[in-house]
Design a protein around this ligand. Structure first.
Ligand code: CA
Length: 229
């Protein structure tokens, strides 16, 4: 759930904003004083700030600047004076949006949602997501090299992990033992391809409910193995 901090000294307005945001599923905290608002903004874990311009303790300009020194969290600045909004927009205080009071609460909610979505997109494009394969009860995080079987994390050796991941990344494709040996052990097939059989057996013991009736890695007699989806 996204958490929003409202810094607003007019309590009736703050409460109205809070009601509408809570109806839309947001968690909301109100601060009525500028200085306390700034402290809360910096120490709390918020997803968005709604910041009034004229406040006791410290004004919205200063609060905005101080938040921006530390965080990229979206800020929507509000003011009763359209002139002020035009002025701060021109000065580029680092707020993401500006609204002139009075505004309709549903307009505020719409803008909050838009900024949160935009911020999420920005952050997710910066942090590469782990590549995760999910097939029924099996979850493989190939980035972190971790495996869960029916939600229980299970340990695999390096080669077991590589073999399982390779098969799961190429489902419904039949590979011969020779192909798998070359692929995973990364050498020409001069070694013992029985290694593949041994590893498949170990993997099955970890992922299959009944190794006699494998649900994931199927044996194709006389050919090799196939990962079923
Ligand atoms: Ca005010």
């Amino acid at each position: 759930m996204s958490k929003i901090l409202i810094i607003e000294d007019e309590e009736a307005i703050a409460e109205l904003e809070k009601d509408y945001l809570e109806l839309s599923g947001f968690e909301v905290v109100i601060e009525n004083d500028g200085l306390q608002g700034l402290n809360e903004a910096l120490k709390g874990d918020y997803d968005l700030y709604i910041l009034d311009l004229m406040l006791p303790g410290m004004d919205g300009f200063e609060i905005c600047r101080r938040i921006r020194d530390e965080k990229n969290t979206p800020i929507i600045m509000v003011s009763a004076k359209k002139d002020d909004i035009d002025k701060i927009r021109g000065l580029g205080f680092g707020a993401d949006d500006y609204m002139t009071k009075p505004f309709s609460p549903s307009e505020l909610v719409a803008r909050v949602k838009a900024h949160l979505a935009q911020y999420d997109r920005l952050m997710s494009s910066r942090v590469p997501k782990n590549h995760v394969i999910k097939i029924r009860g099996l979850k493989i995080d190939t980035t972190a090299r971790r495996v869960w079987v029916n939600d229980v994390e299970t340990q695999f050796t390096t080669k077991e992990f590589d073999l399982l991941t390779f098969l799961a990344e190429n489902p419904n494709h039949v590979f011969s033992k020779e192909e798998l040996f070359r692929k995973i052990w990364n050498m020409e097939s001069i070694g013992d391809i029985a290694t593949v059989t041994v590893h498949i057996k170990k993997i099955r013991e970890k992922i299959e409910f009944d190794t006699a009736k494998p649900q994931y890695i199927e044996t194709i007699w006389g050919v090799g193995y196939r990962f079923k989806i």
